[in-house]
Design a protein around this ligand. Structure first.
Ligand SMILES: Nc1nc2c(ncn2[C@@H]2O[C@H](COP(=O)(O)OP(=O)(O)O)[C@@H](O)[C@H]2O)c(=O)[nH]1
Ligand SMILES: [Mg+2]
Length: 431
């Protein structure tokens, strides 16, 4: 049997959910093969006009339906984009190579290497939907935390914006179907709001890659076995890391991401096998859990095309041609654009001022309450107040919660944050 889905045949796959690794079980609508004129193959239309012309000529095909759905949520109609970002050496290449069984260049960007935002295209076809040329583009980006410092980081980040602006199959304001943020779970560059991780998110938030209406972000915490092996301790540490990451992502990107842990070197780290899967210390199966996280994001967004490309890309052993595609060199970024981003990155490293009155009040509240689960919310408030230049409590006393909410947008003020704001500053909603 060729085309066996990667994981539904593995030994010990005793449960139906196993097939979830692929798309067979739940298709969005009527199977194409059940429709009139089935078996005709059609390429995805590239824009509104092509789609319209096809409709007018009386054609009906799933390729049209998918392109239409994609454009409605500001995704490319004829190509699926997965943007990879992460700190230097975080495991970007390893992660996608492992997930899709491909081989996009695996290098740790050293000083001599050319920095660029480069597309690697997986050329596939969708048998299910009779689409001959399904393309999944993995966009590899220069690692953040460049040896060239913030000035280089700024250029690198801007090269992503240039890429998205000038790619031939991306229409103005299209979002990547998925933004995959790779971070080593034991990397202390993640801690605190002035960490490299936070700065990377800050940069990312400025280049319009994050879709707030249909969130497109998955965080992959790599080196999963490095924090512990004992299942109980491992789970506790993973839970804590996830909470930290969730808070910092909420702060800078204003969305709730999917978060998955992964060990990219499962053999070397003696992970137990279960059929085609490797078992993490809590017995979660990888990379199935990463695939499923991507699928949840795409399904929530109604991104059928993204779903199909990721599902086909995930199938074990099928032929996937990888071609190097479009590329933008960081050196192509103009000094003006690089400087603008540089300023943003520099500003985000200003420490939370302990001399700020509101900062101190929040700090005291945290100490008094002595509740660790307040920490992330207080941190978020401190950072937001700093960024909004709110330092005196009198600034807040003349403000309603509703006004503060609009200042915080797109970050939501959670009920716990409301409680804190009420307790510390006496802020309330006005109907
Ligand atoms: N132990 C372990 N090593 C990893 C993992 N992910 C990546 N690496 C190693 O970290 C180094 C950098 O990985 P790479 O994928 O090239 O990172 P990139 O620069 O972000 O693309 C390589 O030597 C990888 O083998 C992981 O999950 N666990
Ligand atoms: Mg790499």
């Amino acid at each position: 049997m060729s085309n066996i889905l990667r994981y539904n045949e593995g030994e010990g796959s005793d449960n139906k959910d196993e097939c979830d690794g692929a798309r067979k079980t739940e298709q969005p609508s009527l199977k194409y093969t059940e429709m009139e004129g089935a078996n005709e193959w059609m390429s995805l239309p590239a824009n509104e006009k092509q789609l319209y012309d096809l409709f007018r000529s009386g054609k009906r095909h799933p390729a049209m339906e998918m392109a239409d759905a994609a454009m409605k949520i500001k995704r490319s109609p004829n190509q699926v984009f997965l943007l990879l970002v992460g700190l230097r050496g975080s495991g970007k290449s390893s992660t996608v190579n492992y997930l899709f069984e491909t081989n996009i260049a695996r290098t740790s960007d050293s000083k001599s290497e050319t920095r660029s935002t480069t597309e690697y295209m997986l050329q596939m076809k969708s048998n299910e939907w009779r689409i001959p040329d399904l393309t999944l583009s993995l966009i590899d980006t220069p690692g953040f935390g460049d040896t060239g410092g913030f000035a280089q980081d700024a250029r690198n980040i801007m090269s992503i914006r240039y890429f998205l602006n000038s790619h031939p199959n991306l229409i103005q304001n299209n979002y990547p179907n998925l933004v995959m943020i790779i971070q080593s779970i034991n990397d202390n560059r993640m801690e605190g709001e002035s960490s490299s991780f936070a700065k990377m998110l800050k940069g990312l938030s400025q280049i319009d890659t994050i879709d707030h209406y249909n969130p497109n972000v998955v965080i992959v915490l790599t080196h999963a076995t490095s924090i512990a092996r004992n299942p109980k301790i491992w789970e506790e540490r993973v839970k804590k890391k996830k909470e930290e990451v969730r808070a910092i992502v909420r702060l800078y990107l204003g969305i709730k991401p999917e978060i998955v842990v992964q060990e990219n070197l499962p053999e070397e780290n003696d992970l137990e096998r279960d059929g085609d899967w490797y078992l993490l210390p809590n017995r979660d199966k990888q990379p199935k859990i990463l695939y499923q996280a991507c699928k949840r994001i795409l399904d929530r967004a109604g991104d059928k095309l993204g779903h199909e490309a990721v599902a086909v890309g995930f199938i074990h052993g099928i032929n996937k041609t990888v071609l190097k595609g479009f590329s933008i060199l960081s050196s192509e970024v103009t000094s003006k654009d690089a400087d603008k981003m540089h300023t943003i990155l520099i500003q985000s490293i200003v420490q939370l001022s302990s001399s700020s009155e509101v900062g101190t009040m929040l700090e005291n509240y945290k100490k008094k309450k002595n509740m660790t689960d307040l920490e992330n919310d207080i941190l978020i408030l401190q950072v937001k107040f700093r960024d909004l230049h709110i330092s005196n409590s009198s600034d807040l006393q003349t403000m309603t919660m509703n006004q503060l909410m609009s200042k915080f947008h797109p970050l939501k003020i959670t009920s716990q944050m409301q409680k804190i704001l009420g307790d510390v500053f006496g802020m309330h909603y006005k109907q």
